[in-house]
Write a protein that binds this ligand. Sequence first.
Ligand SMILES: [Zn+2]
Length: 316
Amino acid sequence: MKSMRLMMKALYTITFIIILATMTNKISGQEDNRYNLLNEFETYVIEKKGTERAWTGNYTNLKDDGTYLCKKCGQALFSSDDKFDSHYGWPSFDDEIPGSVKSVPDADGLPTEIVSSNCGAHLGHVFEGERFTARNLRYCVNSVSIDFVPEDLGKGRYGTAILAGGCFWGVEYYLQKMKGVKSVVSGYTGGHVKNPSYKEVCTGRTGHAEAVKVVYDPQKVSYEAIVRTFLEIHDPTQVNRQGPDIGDQYRSGIFFMNDYQRDMAQKLINILKGKGYDIATELTKAGEFYEAEKYHQDYYFEKGTLPYCHSYVKRF
Ligand SMILES: [Zn+2]
C-alpha cells in the first residue's frame, strides 16, 4: 500500500512538472510574437536588403497626415510632416522620428544604408547634399518596409486597440503582460445603450461586448503583435461564447480605429482561415468605449489567481 502511495505521489509530481514546463513554454512562445509576419517580398527587401522597383510602392505619392511605422516591429519611423516629393519613385523624407532610424555607412562609397533602430529592418538609403529641402537629406525608403497609420504617433504618442474576446478579465490579464503595452482597461463597446452597467450588459440586451482598450507604445510593440496575441489567448472560433461564458456579450470582435487596423486585422484573420480555423471574430468600426466598473479592472492581478477562461494557444 505504501509503495502504491509513493508511486502516486511520484506520478503527481511528474505531472505537475510537465504542466509547469508546458506553461513556461507557452509563455516564451507568446514572446516570439514580437515581430510582425512578413511575406516573401517583404522578407526580400527587409531581411535581404532588397529594393522595390521605382514607382511600384504604395506610399510614394501618399500625402495624408500620419505616421510611417516599421513593417517588421511597428516602431514609428517617419512623420508625414517630413515627407516630400523627390520624383525618384520611392517615399522620401528629410527627417526621422528621433532615434528611430540607424545609418549604416558603407566603406565602398555606396549609399548609406538605413535600418530601423529597434529591429534592424532594412528601410533603404539616405542621401546628403541633393538640396531638395533645407535639411539637405533624403531618406529614400521602400514602401514595402513601412506601414502608414493616419495618426500622429511621434515619440511619446501611443496607439489604441479595442478588442473583445469573452470575459474581459482574462483578455486584460494576458495583454497587460505584453512588452510595450501601457495600459489595458476593461469595458463595454459595440452596443446601443449609453453608459451601460455590468448588470445591463450581462442581460445580453444592450448589444455590448465585454472588451478591452489597449494603449500601447508603437516604438515597442505593433498593432499586429497585439492582435496576433489577442487571437491566441482566446478562442476566435467560438460563436457568442468563450468557454463557460455564453452570450452575445462574450463574442469575439476587433473594433478597428482606422483602415490600417482593419486591413491588418483582416490579414491576420485570413491567415488563420488559411490554416483551417473557422474564425468567428467580427471586424467592426470602433465606436464608443465605456469603462467598466472599478472592481472589474485588474481583476486577476488584484486577486492573484490565473484566468479560468483564457490561456495561450499558438495559432500563427
Ligand atoms: Zn523595426
